[in-house]
Design a binder for this molecule. Structure first.
Ligand code: ARG
Length: 464
């Protein structure tokens, strides 16, 4: 039986209508939050005397039982249960008799679903934040153990200047740190209870939205009932946060794909984090990294899909809003799986630091150091750039080592040749936030402190 059948004729809803409109197959994920919201609602009704304390106790006992049945997986859903709210109310009514019929007093599924989804999102974003802390710990650990290993840093995917491997890994860690910060911002903004907004306009009954907001642990109650039931900004923001995490995983994944090629040869994936080919016996493929890259497309799609759903909606609730849940659930699942898989890949990958060093010691990567050496001697940078660029061009055209030309150049000479020695260039990146050993050691300390702060902000880092 639907919650609204008395309005319609005896034949009941068409099978096609139910098949097309039900959300229970996926919104059962909100069941625990629905029960929680209903508990607060019942306590609110009792507090203002709309429901007697006896009835409230019967309702609360029934809700406890429904919660247990849900947790045990024994609550049998019925074909007419349109959504999780219907299923919970139906079961409460079966258990609580007439008192059950008082549960929905002053409430609509419109404020109910918005309440459930905010409770759910608030909790799940914290879970994602904690997972990301785990990934950052892996990056930090691998950076610390990378020591003085260095590789070419790239711009335009062309070798540019050497950087410490730790510096490169930490660049990704800082991006994930911003992601956690962003999740916390989103959480703070969504921490508003819509319960008490009713279908759209509040109630003639003396409900107390502040009371139920506090009961549910929300920081605030809604200010405007129309906004309360129609606002899905928090879902869009959460989807953006998750899409950006997906983009960060994708960029990291792309580097793992490149680094594990024979052409780069910077990384060897652990066997347990690589896949084989059904036909080509020699293959060892970086599928996790590729899927992290590929799924970012899907995460972006979840965001743009919801924005498109929202853009034409008049106030207040429209059934279109039911389309908010699947993209959110999917994005959360994709990110949890992706963060775990990439963390495992990074924890177990072997860095081929010899190959990295060979690539970084290519003779031209210290070219800017030659120019800066001339700057220190008093030459304007543009002139110095020209001198060194000319030498590089000459070296390439005449196929002679750059060092020879540097040695015989009147403004440079033997002292400047030292700058081209293997391993020297990276040690000269000394400025704050730079890629050399001195600033990187400081960076690692600062990151550690930042991570500790963030863990405090998250109330611990126990992963679910
Ligand atoms: N399943 C619905 C949703 O997710 C619940 C709200 C239904 N409200 C309504 N007026 N039909 O949006």
């Amino acid at each position: 039986m639907t919650l609204w059948q008395e309005r319609f004729g005896a034949e009941g809803p068409a099978a096609e209508l139910l098949a097309y409109t039900v959300s229970l197959p996926y919104d059962q994920r909100l069941a625990a939050d629905d029960v929680e919201g209903s508990r607060a609602h019942v306590r609110g009704l009792a507090a203002v005397g709309i429901v007697s304390h006896d009835d409230a106790n019967i309702l609360l006992a029934a809700l406890d039982r429904v919660g247990e049945e849900l947790a045990a997986g024994t609550l049998a859903f019925k074909p007419e249960d349109e959504d999780v709210h219907t299923a919970v109310e139906r079961r409460v009514t079966e258990l609580a008799g007439r008192a059950g019929a008082r549960l929905h007093t002053g409430r609509s599924r419109n404020d109910q679903v918005a309440t459930d989804l905010r409770l759910f999102t608030k909790r799940e974003l914290l879970v994602v934040g904690r997972r990301l802390i785990g990934l950052q710990r892996v990056l930090l650990g691998r950076s610390k153990e990378a020591g003085d290993a260095y590789l070419p840093g790239y711009t335009h995917l062309q070798r540019a200047q050497p950087v410490l491997l730790a510096h490169h890994l930490m660049a990704h860690a800082w991006a994930f740190a911003r992601d956690v910060d962003r999740l916390m911002d989103t959480r703070r903004r969504l921490d508003v209870s819509p319960l008490g907004a009713g279908a759209l306009a509040g109630s003639s009954l003396p409900l107390d939205p502040d009371f139920v907001a506090a009961e549910l642990g929300f920081a605030h109650r809604f200010e405007n009932s129309l906004d309360a039931v129609s606002d899905r900004d928090f879902v869009a923001e959460a989807l953006f946060d998750l899409a950006l995490i997906g983009v960060h995983l994708s960029r990291l994944g792309e580097e793992m794909v490149l680094w594990s090629t024979e052409e780069f040869g910077f990384a060897t994936l652990a066997d347990s984090y690589a896949t084989g080919s059904s036909m080509l016996p020699q293959k060892k493929n970086p599928d996790i990294a590729e899927l992290a890259r590929g799924r970012s497309g899907r995460l972006i799609g979840n965001l743009t899909g919801l924005l498109a759903t929202l853009k034409g909606l008049p106030l207040a609730y429209n059934r279109d809003l039911q389309e908010d849940k699947e993209p959110l659930f999917d994005a959360l699942d994709q990110i949890s799986g992706g963060v775990a898989a990439i963390a495992g890949l990074l924890a177990t990958v072997t860095w081929n630091t010899e190959r990295m060093r060979e690539a970084a010691d290519s003779q031209y990567v210290a070219a800017v150091d030659l120019a800066e050496w001339l700057v220190v001697k008093g030459m304007p940078f543009r002139e110095a750039h020209g001198v060194v660029a000319g030498l590089v061009r000459d070296a390439i055209q005449r196929r002679v080592p750059l060092a020879e030309l540097v040695e015989s150049h009147p403004a440079l000479g033997a002292e400047a040749v030292e700058l081209l020695s293997p391993g020297v260039a990276v040690t000269r990146r000394v400025t704050p936030g730079g890629a050399g050993p001195k600033p990187v050691a400081i960076q690692l300390k600062r990151f550690e402190a930042h991570l500790a702060d963030m863990v405090t902000r998250l109330g611990g880092d126990d992963e679910p």
